[in-house]
Design a binder for this molecule. Structure first.
Ligand code: NDP
Ligand code: GDR
Length: 374
């Protein structure tokens, strides 16, 4: 007997995780609907490879305009799509930016989740539609205990984390109050070549590639001491899927269990290119200096300063140390990451090197003049 095709709705489909999750669900024969925001420029780069002609009868990848701040729009889309599974990945996801846009962040990241849960209730879909909420290790914030597990207390340290805390608990509450299959995935940082350019890992791999190619002189960073448990987004979207395939709805920590300082990530990224960087000095005066360049393609003299600290990247309140305990997800979901940190760094640096080699050709031929805001 042929199994009926499942229907998924993904908010945040144009983001890093949305793109990987759409790939995964399409490979599992789902019909995938996604919500994208209207923007003045194209914002579908990460999912353009999934484009299908809307006039085809057997279209399995369908986008809808929408926004998590618009309840009526969400209700209409969910009514039309009748999803078996909703993955709520949409969010203003940048912790530092949330200090500049706290009210908007609360609306999209906090109340946005409530709007989806209410839509499920209003439309009488409480028994049909399962929902995954993209919760975060930022909930742990100020360190209470390590490694952080499902039972570690929360102490959010940014408007982003506080908004996500509301979303976490409203998800638990709708599960308990109305019997909705609603789950939180408490995901620790996960990265990839599709990572947004202003998150620290991607900022580092882009800069390392550009500095090697002579397209940038220096990388300015904030807190080099922060420790993060970094995994690969491709592994983490597998966990999202598994969480919604369980017999009972529960919350899960998804992490590698290994933590690394920002400074060490910088060293690994440059080392991938054969450039050895040593850090000297302290606090805002700390610098990363080249001690050796083992790749004859790159012209970097020993002593060249390639990393400096700019206090503008410090956060008013910082999360110093994240290290997750993935025991529950390993035992109950059977989830195990395929990538380690070295594999992640290699893939990200290789992708950015390729990207900027192309840009260099265009730039050297006078076809590209580009400065980017961070
Ligand atoms: P991204 O920032 O790459 O993607 C966020 C997505 O949300 C984008 O598609 C964005 O659209 C969309 N979005 C933003 N605001 C709204 C809104 N008001 N209405 C509808 N959609 C909106 O994030 P990631 O893919 O990295 O993360 C996915 C989710 O997981 C987020 O909720 C994030 O907070 C959470 N998370 C991420 C972790 C990580 O390490 N990556 C770890 C733990 C949780 P547009 O493309 O138009 O900007
Ligand atoms: P984070 O990711 O805040 O953990 O949130 P980010 O990569 O922005 O920062 C990680 C750590 O690096 C430090 N840092 C810098 N960060 C940025 N962005 N830019 C810099 O120049 C810089 N220098 C040092 C930060 O202070 C921080 O300590 C991410 C997001 O994806 C969230 O949506 C998600 O919930 C969490 O991960 C888990």
């Amino acid at each position: 007997m042929i199994k009926p095709q499942k229907v998924a709705l993904i908010t945040g489909i144009t983001g890093q995780d949305g793109a990987y999750l759409a790939d995964l669900l399409l490979a599992k024969n789902y019909i995938v609907h996604g919500i994208k925001r209207r923007s003045s420029l194209f914002n579908t780069d990460r999912i353009d490879h999934l484009y299908q002609d809307p006039h085809d009868d057997d279209q399995r990848f369908i986008l809808h305009y929408g926004d998590l701040s618009d309840s009526t729009n969400l209700i209409r889309i969910i009514q039309q799509v009748q999803p078996d599974e909703i993955y709520n990945l949409g969010a203003m996801s940048h912790v530092k930016v949330s200090f500049d846009t706290p009210e908007y962040t609360a609306n999209a990241d906090g109340i946005g989740t409530l709007r989806l849960l209410e839509a499920i209730r209003i439309l009488g879909l409480t028994k049909k539609t399962k929902i995954y909420q993209a919760s975060t290790s930022e909930l742990y914030g100020l360190v209470q205990a390590v490694p952080q597990s499902e039972s570690t207390p929360f102490y959010p340290r940014s408007p982003y984390a506080v908004a996500k805390m509301y979303a976490y608990w409203i998800t638990v509450n709708y599960r308990e109050a109305y019997g909705i299959f609603a789950c939180n995935g408490i995901l620790f940082n996960h990265e990839s070549p599709l990572r947004g350019e202003t998150f620290v890992t991607r900022k580092i791999t882009r800069a390392a590639a550009k500095i090697a190619l002579g397209l940038q002189n220096k990388l300015f960073l904030g807190n080099l001491d922060a420790q993060r448990d970094w995994g690969h987004a491709k592994d983490y979207v597998e966990a999202m899927y598994l969480i919604l395939q369980q017999d009972t709805p529960e919350d899960f920590v998804i992490a590698t269990g290994v933590t690394t300082r920002v400074r060490e990530f910088v060293r690994l990224a440059f080392a991938e290119l054969g450039i050895i960087v040593k850090f000297e000095g302290e606090g805002a005066d700390e610098k990363g200096v080249v001690t050796e360049c083992n790749n004859p393609d790159y012209q970097l003299e020993p002593g060249t300063e390639v990393v400096a600290v700019d206090p503008k990247y410090f956060r008013p309140t910082e999360v110093d140390l994240l290290i997750g305990d993935p025991t529950k997800s390993q035992t109950k979901l059977g989830w195990k990451p395929k990538y380690d940190l070295q594999g992640l760094v290699s893939e990200m640096v290789a992708a950015d090197l390729e990207l900027f080699r192309r840009e260099k050709v265009l730039k050297d031929s006078g076809y590209l003049i580009r400065n980017q805001f961070e």
